[in-house]
Write a protein that binds this ligand. Structure first.
Ligand code: FEO
Length: 236
């Protein structure tokens, strides 16, 4: 169903004299909404204007958008890059452990990489669903080599902590803009990050306890966890 809310009404000029017809006027709404002084006091209407610039000229201008403003869409697009960056780093760590003859650690990080890809795809689909435009940023090359296993897992934990900070900042932005659609969407990531930080922290403790000379103990640990169905990182 199409609903249009207006504050502007015009009078039909042909019948102004005797039988005036009052009708809603979207063009007047647009003119008022784009006046700088009016935009200051009407965030709702200024959103309409800024988001119309994101739309395809083929589809045409829309009058209602699920996401509050361009700043949030830009930040979500940025987060897609962060998730893809995390994915690449995990693939690089998985390849490193594969080359070091540690197949369980390698498999663990391949799985983490797939999860990061899924996170990025969630953001992409969300932006599409809200009617905004996807713009994936460039990401830098991941670190490929590590002196010891502990360094790779430490980097992974730092990465998860950094993503948690990024997600929290997005939630703060959504709340500040009273954008409940974005806020609600991000709650899944809040829960996910708690799990990912906790599981990576646990793996780091296991690697530190085993020591570089006993990484086969870590391999046994990961194989056991996998077999028991209590993998370190469980997807919903
Ligand atoms: Fe998508 Fe593990 O952060």
């Amino acid at each position: 169903m199409w609903v249009y809310w207006t504050t502007s009404f015009s009078v039909c000029s042909l019948r102004r004299a005797k039988f005036p017809i009052i009708y809603p006027d979207p063009w007047l709404d647009y003119k008022v909404a784009t006046r700088p002084s009016f935009r200051t006091f009407t965030p709702g209407l200024s959103r309409l204007r800024s988001f119309s610039q994101l739309q395809s000229p083929v589809v045409g201008e829309r009058l209602f958008y699920m996401v509050a403003n361009q700043k949030i869409v830009a930040a979500i697009n940025e987060q897609m890059g962060n998730e893809f960056s995390a994915m690449l780093q995990y693939y690089a760590i998985a390849a490193h452990f594969g080359a070091e003859g540690l197949p369980e650690l390698s498999a663990h990080f391949y799985k983490q990489a797939e999860e990061e890809k899924e996170h990025a795809l969630r953001f992409i689909q969300f932006v599409i669903d809200t009617g905004a435009r996807v713009k994936i940023p460039a990401v830098s090359a991941p670190q490929a080599h590590f002196e010891v296993a502990e360094d790779a897992v430490k980097l992974s934990l730092e990465q998860e902590e950094q993503v948690t900070t990024q997600i929290n900042a997005l939630v703060s932005m959504a709340k500040a803009e009273a954008d409940y659609t974005v806020d609600n969407f991000l709650q899944w990531f809040i829960k996910e990050q708690l799990e990912e930080v906790a599981s990576m922290g646990q793996l780091l403790r296991v690697v530190q306890r085993a020591g570089e000379g006993n990484l086969l103990r870590v391999e046994e640990y990961l194989a056991r966890e996998k077999d028991s169905g209590v993998a370190l990182s469980e997807e919903e």
